[in-house]
Design a protein. Structure first.
Lengths: 317, 293
């Protein structure tokens, strides 16, 4: 895999990001209402004050001019200021990135540790009761609405059993490792369920394709045990199609888990997005959406690189 | 000398494509069960509101204040405004299923059009359309849907459009690849030689040959659309109360979770089993319409 390939892919991301920003900016700025709505109902705020705020944020300019001003600042790394708090967009994001990365990272790590064994097991016992059961389970996992699952877990573990706190990042005045762990268990479980279900399906179908290959028969014929064949001969090749899906799911972590963070009052990027929606905080919304898109684009590039690393037949010039 | 001709008894009459597809579909038990469930669910949401003794927004003023328990008069209890939960569940199903179906139709039509035009004309048209598809694919879906529905406060038809235009990209890519392969086939060339124009070639000659994968994608889109709508309504950005949907029923039930858990269970079960049935149906249709052998 060549350095040139990475550079070219990163270069290709620039027109993509331009297109994305143009679409998002248009959507956000053409919508009825605006960030000043929260002041207009307040009789203590005069029209002059409103005009002054609008001028300060450039909201009095025509939308195309606003876009070019935004773009010009963005190019030199200035993401603008939150209208709601007055702090830089990047500062706001940095404050919330930690909890989101903890939650998303933990959920995806758990997903990897569970999905790979399940997929391998399912494929190696193809057609058995176990395989059918796991297939049914993964279809169910893909079809469960996450917010409902979150409510059920809260009902069971917080309301009925009282084992886990129903929401929040940590208890007030606490913050020990155990306290934080008890807060992250349920949201992480909810988040990982869907990814476990979908990844194990991809790994299963990858394994099923690979297990029919001649080299697997050869490995068995050489006297290699089942475990050795599955883990050392089959899995690596079976992972190739799954890697793309897994990498892209990793890329979406950065845009936060809006639903899960909302239900569990998790102070991450997803909640920041919902708060910015309430306040029609244009610069925040632009910043958050752009960051999410960058995450997905980078994940796609990483997926292609991982693809080449796993499959020596693929070479990017 | 062996007789090489076959006796008539051993000749199996060739079965039509549709008949073979039907046989393959019926072998997929989960898909058949899913189809039956969806039919029953469709029937319930169609006739339920007619036979129910309550209107979806009728309030029993004696029961206002907090959710009422399950009773012989209210089989699934009442909500905090004294409205019958079962009636609202069935009425909500009407809305959720309708938004799901309509969203899937929008997404399939848009996806098929974009994919067909890109795959048929290739060149610059293809580049521009597929670049646009890439751009939409790189924006995180749920935040984008929230952005659109939160800022524009859509009416139900607009909501359907929003849901539909955010899940068409998969269909577009699929249809494009089908068209790229099919446009080189002899029958297309024959039709072209007979003087068929672009639109006729695309929709009369090529499209019917790609209908299998499109049907599967359209089915799965119903599931995505139902899920997306219920997520939006749950977060308060979709269909607004008093009109119920499975999503906003769960939203209002969530504030009474510890007092009245019976309100939070049925809407979720409805979404789960409906989406599960749709996914099984899609899987069965894939086995039936896109045989691997």
């Amino acid at each position: 895999m060549s350095f040139g390939f990475i550079l070219r892919r990163l270069g290709g991301a620039i027109p993509l990001l331009l297109g994305i920003s143009l679409i998002l900016f248009t959507i956000i700025h053409l919508a009825p209402g605006g960030p000043l709505d929260m002041y207009t109902d307040n009789p203590a705020v005069s029209q002059e004050a409103l005009d002054q705020i609008a001028r300060a944020y450039g909201l009095d300019q025509p939308v195309p001019v606003q876009y070019f001003l935004w773009l010009k600042a963005m190019v030199v790394g200035d993401w603008g200021y939150s209208i709601r708090t007055g702090r830089p967009v990047l500062t706001e994001i940095a404050l919330r990135l930690g909890p989101t990365l903890q939650l998303g990272g933990l959920a995806l790590l758990v997903s990897l540790c569970v999905a790979i064994p399940l997929g391998v097991l399912s494929a190696s016992r193809r057609g058995s009761a176990l395989d059918n059961g796991l297939t049914l389970a993964s279809f169910t996992g893909i079809s469960v609405p996450v917010f409902w699952l979150a409510l059920l877990l809260q009902l069971l573990f917080s309301v009925q059993l009282g084992w886990l706190p129903s929401a929040g990042y940590q208890s007030i005045g606490d913050g020990s490792f155990l306290d934080r762990l008890s807060h992250i268990v349920m949201p992480a479980a909810v988040l990982s369920l869907a990814t476990i279900a979908s990844w194990s399906r991809f790994i299963r179908s990858g394994m099923v394709d690979v297990l029919d290959q001649d080299y697997i028969r050869t490995a068995y014929a050489k006297g290699r045990g089942e475990r050795g064949v599955l883990l050392f001969h089959a899995l690596r090749n079976a992972m190739i199609p799954a890697v793309t899906v897994i990498a892209v799911d990793f890329g979406t972590v950065i845009s936060g888990a809006v639903i899960t963070e909302t239900v569990f009052a998790w102070p991450g990027i997803g909640r920041l997005f919902m708060e910015s929606m309430d306040g029609r905080d244009y610069p925040m919304l632009m910043g958050l959406m752009m960051m999410g898109s960058i995450g997905i684009i980078l994940a796609n590039i990483v997926a292609d690189l991982a693809y080449a690393a796993l499959d020596p037949r693929i070479r990017y010039g | 000398m062996a007789d090489l001709s076959l006796s008539p008894a051993t000749v199996v009459p060739p079965q039509s494509y549709g008949r073979r597809a039907l046989r393959r579909f019926l072998k997929h038990k989960a898909a058949v069960a899913g189809l039956l469930f969806l039919l029953v669910m469709g029937l319930i949401v169609l006739i339920g509101p007619i036979v129910s003794p309550y209107a979806f927004d009728a309030q029993d003023f004696m029961l206002i204040g907090s959710p009422g328990p399950i009773s012989s008069a209210h089989w699934l209890g009442t909500d905090e405004l004294g409205r019958d939960a079962l009636t609202r569940l069935i009425h909500g199903g009407r809305i959720s299923l309708a938004v799901g179906l309509a969203g899937a139709i929008v997404s399939t039509v848009v996806g098929t059009l974009v994919g067909a035009i890109a795959g048929f004309y290739r060149g610059w048209t293809d580049t521009i359309l597929m670049r646009f598809t890439d751009v939409i694919l790189c924006i995180p879906t749920l935040p984008l849907v929230l952005l659109l529905s939160g800022l524009f406060r859509p009416s139900p038809p607009l909501l359907v459009a929003i849901v539909g235009i955010l899940i068409w990209m998969g269909t577009a890519r699929l249809v494009r690849s089908q068209f790229l392969a099919l446009r080189e086939r002899e029958f297309v060339e024959a039709a072209r030689a007979l003087g068929a124009g672009g639109a006729r070639l695309m929709f009369r000659h090529i499209l019917p040959n790609a209908i299998g994968p499109i049907t599967v994608a359209a089915t799965l889109a119903v599931g995505s659309a139902i899920m997306l709508e219920s997520a939006l309504s749950f977060l308060g950005f979709g269909i607004q109360p008093p009109v119920p949907t499975w999503g906003n029923l769960l939203n209002s039930a969530s504030s009474w979770l510890s007092v009245a858990p019976w309100l939070a269970i049925p809407p979720g079960l409805c979404i789960l089993f409906t989406v599960l049935s749709v996914n099984f149906l899609g899987d069965g249709l894939r086995d039936a319409l896109e045989p691997k052998e």
